[in-house]
Design a protein around this ligand. Structure first.
Ligand SMILES: *Cc1c(COP(=O)(O)O)cnc(C)c1O
Length: 386
């Protein structure tokens, strides 16, 4: 193909300079590279069990009018969420995935030169969307114990950033803020800072953990809590997330910032059916939590350092460039995982909890890797790891 001539267009410099989003590998590419049909897709934190059968039923039986625009305000879904959450529907905004709402809240609040605080390692869009708005992003590294560095976050909050993005439970690491940690952060935040708590893994969090929404509400601070149907509810491909806002004004600004017909008709109907079937979601979460703890324990026995997790994934220190590990897992075992690329965290990989046979395949592959030759920094392997 001929080399394309450069355009003379002036691009928005903030957008042109954005780092790419590190998405999981395409399954067809993975099949080609591994030479296997049956690839274990453990890179995107999807629900390996699928979704509630009530959702597939609704999608099958729905009376379709594809020529009609769907409700741009998602009234029926917002009403259902309002009842479920005991929140006023005016405080809820529905997005094309919570990703769209990360963009919308950034656009709603940020002006060039503003400061945003988040953590490192971070969920890519918590950095990318503020950068696209011309804001600067301060990232507070995780502690040596693979969890939130609360004193450092408190210090960052005292500088009164315009916005603070935290995910709890934390993607990609796994832990959730404890009640005491949350209280300390809230106490250090200024009413000039919008606290965005991304609760994409809310449903997987331990029951004994704090009620983040209640704590934020009690603080009187401006906040947005983000949740999604993509993870525990298993609707990643349909794209539905929602924001719960402290103030009607914040919801209004976010609604202004999103695209008008952002959530399609099938997605709105599916999300309502998913929300109505709490029993399916809870049972799925129970099984995946048990699998997570089984996989975590086995990785520990093999000698790997793994962060504590209240999610459907694990963050593993491979003690070598995790791109090499991910490559080996793919080519030799047909497993897709996510090698972390953020500077300082390039030896970590994030693996989603799949179905038990997929997890076993991953554990076998990691056991094969945990040998002195593959991992020179590790002392001679113990009996279990041999
Ligand atoms: C997966 C994920 C999202 C994106 O969810 P969608 O609703 O599918 O857009 C947002 N935030 C975090 C922290 C996630 O892990």
């Amino acid at each position: 193909m001929a080399e394309e001539e450069a355009t003379r267009l002036q691009f928005n410099p903030h957008v042109w300079a954005l780092p790419p989003y590190n998405a999981g590998m395409n399954v067809d590419d993975a099949r080609a590279l591994s030479g296997r049909d049956e690839v274990a897709r453990l890179a995107s934190n999807e629900n390996p069990e699928g979704c509630s059968p009530k959702v597939t039923e609704v999608l099958r039986e729905m009376v379709w009018e594809p020529w009609r625009y769907a409700d741009p305000a998602c009234r029926a879904l917002r009403a259902a969420l309002a009842r479920h959450l005991r929140v006023d529907a005016d405080h809820i905004v529905v997005g094309n995935g919570s990703e769209e709402l990360i963009a919308a809240v950034s656009r709603a609040v940020l002006q060039p030169g503003d400061q945003v605080v988040t953590v490192a390692p971070s969920f890519g869009l918590h950095e990318i969307e503020p950068l696209a708005c011309g804001a600067s992003v301060v990232k507070v590294p995780m502690s040596d114990r693979l969890t939130f560095d609360v004193p450092a976050l408190q210090a960052a909050l005292t500088a009164k950033p315009a916005l603070c993005f935290l995910s709890t439970p934390w993607n990609p690491v796994g832990p959730a803020l404890s009640e005491a940690q949350l209280a300390r952060l809230v106490a250090s935040a200024s009413p000039e800072t919008l606290l965005v708590m991304d609760e994409a893994y809310f449903e997987y969090a331990d029951e004994q953990g704090p009620d983040v929404l209640q704590a934020l509400r009690a603080s009187g601070l401006p906040y947005v809590a983000l949740r999604t149907f993509s993870k525990a509810y298993g609707l990643a491909g349909l794209r539905v997330g929602y924001a719960i806002c402290s103030h009607r004004q914040i919801a209004r600004a976010m609604a202004n910032a999103k695209t008008p017909f952002n959530v399609n008709a099938a997605a709105q109907a599916a999300a309502q059916a998913a929300l109505a079937d709490q029993a399916w979601m809870r049972a799925s979460v129970q099984r995946l939590r048990a699998e997570r703890e089984r996989v975590r324990a086995q990785l520990g026995q093999q000698g790997w350092r793994v962060a504590p997790s209240q999610t459907n994934f694990l963050f593993v220190d491979t003690r070598q460039n995790s791109v090499d590990v991910a490559e080996r897992l793919l080519r030799a075992h047909g497993i897709i995982v996510k090698a972390w690329r953020e500077p300082g965290y390039e030896q970590f990989l994030r693996v989603t909890i799949g179905m038990p046979p997929e997890n076993n395949r991953f554990l076998d592959a990691m056991r094969a890797l945990a040998t002195p030759s593959a991992m020179p920094e590790l002392p001679a392997a113990t009996g279990e790891a041999a």
